[in-house]
Design a protein around this ligand. Structure first.
Ligand code: SF4
Length: 308
């Protein structure tokens, strides 16, 4: 049995997430499920529009007004996530979001000090402790001289500094789940390594959901989940899936990453299939038009395809 099944810190099963449109309803995510144990990293990969961001928003309770989840079950430490204001109170505390762009995420009109104090206030800590704690969190996030940063505004920070400030803000929490959306965009290999070292040192016990286009980032996670058209098409240990992909979509995704920066493959055929990759799959045949997606496993990796 996998560690994640023994003691999941976080589990997610979305049922169906759909958007109400003027011309009907569109399914955005369907039957995506996974669990994460304490400290574990799961990378979610897929093209733009595959459902990665919608998955994150559904956990954070930030789905757009016309989008809803049906038959979902999301649990943190064995308890169902609440909705509304109760979920809002968990954001920034038990559930922490690390954005793609620190510079865009930070409030432009508030100095770093005030943003840190806002986060510390949310934890109910005594105000007299804020100055020392704010400096400590910045130090944890890699600032050797926190006093040089505290009174700066976001526009005065470089991209890397802004990202580290968002990590310092995230450190003002009791995070059990971290959701990071393309967190290392624009960073070089050394920057990516530093980012993950910081995450592990500041949040050793938090489950970590890493949304990424970057295969080198996915390779730094223990497991990977491949999304296409709102469905899970393959999941397993990153070392296995990224080196020996079993699903045609994962193969195409990894090949495109090398050849053309993960641009969508050209449309190959018309028709309606239960498989979201049918139009572009090089292995598609008539059976894919009529068959049902079946789950396959080799003991470690799982994938879904009409064919064996
Ligand atoms: S079901 Fe058919 S179209 Fe879809 S991935 Fe499998 S072979 Fe390709």
């Amino acid at each position: 049995m996998a560690a994640s099944e023994l003691s999941p810190a976080f589990s997610y099963a979305c049922g169906t997430i759909s958007a109400k449109l003027s011309r009907g309803e569109r399914v955005l995510l369907h039957n995506v499920s996974f669990s994460l144990s304490s400290g574990e990293r799961l990378a979610v990969i897929g093209e733009t529009g595959s459902g990665k961001t919608m998955l994150a928003l559904s956990i954070l309770g930030l789905l757009p007004a016309n989008v809803r989840m049906r038959d979902g079950c999301v649990q943190l430490d064995g308890a169902a996530l609440p909705a509304g204001k109760q979920l809002q109170s968990l954001r920034g505390d038990r559930i922490v979001y690390i954005p793609q762009s620190g510079a865009e995420f930070l409030l432009p009109t508030r100095a770093v000090r005030k943003q840190l104090y806002d986060s510390l206030k949310k934890l109910g800590l005594p105000r007299k402790e804020f100055p020392a704690l704010a400096a400590e969190k910045l130090h944890l996030a890699g600032f050797d001289a926190p006093e040089m940063v505290l009174d700066k505004y976001p526009f005065q920070l470089s991209g890397g500094m802004a990202q580290r400030v968002t990590i310092a803000l995230a450190a003002c929490s009791r995070a059990r789940l971290l959701i990071a959306d393309e967190p290392t965009n624009g960073l070089d290999e050394a920057g990516r390594a530093q980012f993950f070292a910081l995450l592990d040192s500041i949040f050793p016990d938090a489950a970590k959901l890493i949304i990424t286009h970057d295969i080198s980032v996915a390779a730094r996670c223990g497991r990977v989940l491949v999304l296409c058209g709102g469905q899970t098409l393959e999941t397993g240990a990153s070392a296995d899936v990224l080196s020996t992909p079993r699903h045609p979509y994962t193969k195409a995704l990894l090949a495109a990453q090398v050849a053309n920066g993960m641009q969508p493959s050209p449309v190959l055929r018309e028709g309606v299939s239960v498989c979201p990759f049918y139009a572009r799959c090089p292995e598609a045949d008539a059976a894919c038009l009529n068959g049902a997606m079946q789950k396959h496993t080799d003991g470690t990796t799982e994938w879904w395809c009409c064919h064996a």
